[in-house]
Design a protein. Structure first.
Ligand SMILES: *Cc1c(COP(=O)(O)O)cnc(C)c1O
Length: 420
């Protein structure tokens, strides 16, 4: 596959922006493939090569690239204006949908990104409770602001970036996913906890699913200890079901954050929750939150058009396609006797090599990254674009045909055959 144009664009980009990319996950060696266009489940690169897209921009494109309803909604809105610095009707329409669909959402506030949503959600939780500590689950990702850019490596709390003074993460406590005892114990010894923030189904350490009853127990102990529960549903909101993981598992948090899908391919985020908490936001309340482009009408109409397309039937079909893929990979693993496992939630899945079970960040970090990288390259060479890291997740969209699913399964089977 010729990728000379990508290579040239990359050399030019490297002079203009660090490592040639606008966000670090997009980089891989020797150089990333540059996208030129997308349509449905297919992406075309700068050299005209076509790939089945299993990354879908890391989550927003649940309808695939260039969905017609989204395009026509955006075209129409463009002619009315793009940003007003005044409230406008499209944002009210989007908010109305969110409050209808998402169980915890009595009210919501629109932001420009998931990062902003979680940053403001924890500020709101602290402002509402008057308490200081935020509990984070090891391996969950909530965007790139200081307080949540922290994980636990070798049992030591550590910011996962330079430039973050220890003071900035000193009020963040880290515990493992799927470990209710650790949470209970932390609550017993610490009375200054404002909130727990977590991805209910983590999608930033591959995909990890909750053990039976885990989310119910989290809800129970947070409530018993007057700790707010924040579900970061930036990935799972409108993906695993219309109402997100909170609907899928029947566990309602106090606050949640949304992003990715609710922008229909445009930059978006939201925080949502119970009225008494949400009303603490400025200007009526004392917790400040603001943004020039927040509630942008283009984003709002694109998000709305997307949500309107997401019928129950479409969710069922997405789930069925996911099961076909997962079953196929599991069969390959069994037949070839390699050590590997697949984790999945509706329309998202990830394979971990060298592990039979992956249920938290420790397991995910232990999975074999070299084999994953070989798989990534093998698939790329076969016209399939996957997220380049084992700590991401593959996504399906309503635009993925069974032909695309079959091609993915066949290539995956060939790869596993090769390494067995
Ligand atoms: C992507 C993501 C974010 C950050 O959203 P941005 O729009 O990239 O700022 C936050 N939380 C989760 C769970 C995410 O996957």
């Amino acid at each position: 596959m010729a990728t000379i144009n990508s290579q040239n664009l990359y050399s030019e980009a490297c002079k203009l922006t660090p490592s040639g990319v606008s966000s670090p996950v997009r980089a891989f060696s020797p150089y990333p493939i540059f996208a030129n266009s997308g349509s449905g489940c297919v992406i075309v690169d700068a050299d005209g090569n076509k790939y089945i897209d299993m990354c879908m921009a890391y989550g927003p494109l649940i309808l695939g690239h260039c969905n017609h309803s989204v395009i026509s909604a955006v075209k129409k809105q463009m002619l009315n204006g793009t940003v007003f610095g005044m409230p406008s009707e499209p944002e009210i329409e989007l908010l109305k949908k969110i409050c209808e669909d998402v169980p915890c959402a009595d009210m919501a506030r629109l932001t420009n990104s998931g990062t902003e949503a979680t940053m403001h959600a924890i500020r709101l939780a602290r402002g509402f409770t008057g308490k200081k500590i935020i509990v984070k689950i090891d391996g969950c990702f909530h965007g790139s602001h200081n307080a949540l850019m922290v994980n636990k490596t070798c049992d030591k709390k550590k910011a996962f970036s330079d430039g973050i003074p220890y003071e900035e993460i000193s009020n963040t406590e880290i515990i493992r996913y799927n470990d209710i005892d650790a949470m209970t114990k932390l609550f017993e010894t610490n009375t200054d906890i404002a909130a727990v923030i977590m991805e209910p189904i983590p999608g930033n350490m591959g995909v990890i699913t909750p053990w039976k009853g885990y989310l119910d127990q989290v809800r129970k102990v947070t409530r018993e200890n007057d700790v707010l529960l924040i579900f970061d549903e930036v990935i799972t909101g409108y993906r695993v079901s219309k109402g997100g993981a909170q609907q899928l598992y029947g566990v309602t948090p106090d606050l949640c954050t949304l992003g990715k899908i609710i922008g229909g391919g445009y930059p978006a985020g939201a925080l949502a929750g119970k009225t008494d908490i949400m009303e603490k936001l400025a200007p009526s309340g004392p917790v400040y939150e603001a943004g020039t482009f927040s509630g942008n009408p283009i984003t709002a109409v694109a998000g709305l058009a997307t949500i309107k397309e997401l019928t129950q039937n479409r969710y069922k079909k997405l789930e069925r396609k996911t099961k076909v893929i997962v079953k196929s990979i599991e069969d390959n693993i069994e037949d070839s006797k390699i050590v590997a496992t697949v984790n999945s939630a509706p329309s998202m899945f990830q394979i971990f090599f060298g592990k039979r079970n992956v249920s938290d960040a420790y397991d995910a970090r232990e999975a074999d990254g070299r084999t994953f990288e070989s798989m990534f390259r093998y698939m790329l060479g076969n016209g399939l674009y996957l997220p380049p890291s084992k700590m991401e997740t593959m996504f399906l969209s309503t635009a993925h045909t069974y032909e695309a699913v079959d091609k993915f399964c066949e290539s995956m089977s060939d790869f596993i055959g090769k390494i067995a």
